[in-house]
Design a protein around this ligand. Sequence first.
Ligand code: FVH
Length: 291
Amino acid sequence: MNSLKEVSVLGLGAMGVTIARLYLDQGYKVTVWNRTPDKARELVARGALLARDAAEALRAGRVAVMCVYDYRAAEAILSSPGAAAALDGRLLVQLTTGSPQDARDAQAWAQRHGATYLEGAIQAAPDQMGQPDTPLLVSGARPVFDEARPWLEVLAGGIVYLGEAASAAAAMDLATLSTIYGTLLGFLHGARVAEHEGFDVAAYGRIVAGIMPTFAGFLQHEGAVIQSGDFAISQSPMRISVEATQRILQSARDAGINTEFPTFAAGLFQRADAAGLGGEELAALIKLLRR
Ligand code: FVH
């Protein structure tokens, strides 16, 4: 078995087990390690090798993929006996979610120990992994990315390389998670409206799913507007949203349902209107956030 089809996987939680399975499916020689060894049982039955400790897992191959709960866990593992020394000359792909500062510190630490380092941010749930469109943000030195690409492509077809700074993948992950959580909060308020009106909430979810492609196109447009700095009205004048968010808030009050989300949203749009942004493109709201 040449080293091109070998991998070590450290961390066998919901995501880590999925990662190890994907490599086994592709015929890789897979060495696994997990704080709780029991979780390796099924993988060992499929031919994975269980390392006695993290150092042994790291020594087992050229490329190690780590995916554990957080950077504190990653640090606990990498500071275990022999682990740092085992990293020397190896490529560490860190898929644990962390902050941009965590990523900067981890890249510096890995380099101090002779390892090359790649930071990845998985933007999919375990059962969405291994698909041609599975999104994976990656950052780190370009030659390291080029070398790691075959291992990354086993996990995700939708790889976005964000440049040399290890922090880039973590930062972009935070930015996209902000969009996801903002959308989710709005979705949940909408579900309260649906419940109040006696709608089937699953049907509401399907309607929301139906508008997502159009919404995605709109977000792309608004991103380009912000990048261009030209907020002349092109798609959606701010004023419409000032009215709409006020209507959502008033309707929630009338219905006696929770008003926290619409209060937050309507408040932002009213401040934008008061700041004279009503006659500009919707994305001009970012001018408020820049203050
Ligand atoms: N699951 C998901 O949908 C998301 C999708 C996007 C990316 N995330 C990130 O992936 C990392 C791992 O997430 P996970 O879902 O696999 O997490 P768990 O199932 O909770 O498994 C956690 C693993 O971490 C190990 N662990 C925790 N603390 C320590 C520690 N102090 N020392 C060593 N290992 C530790 C834990 O070991 P054990 O409890 O089995 O012994 C699991 O292997 C995460 O960053 C997500 O943000 C997943």
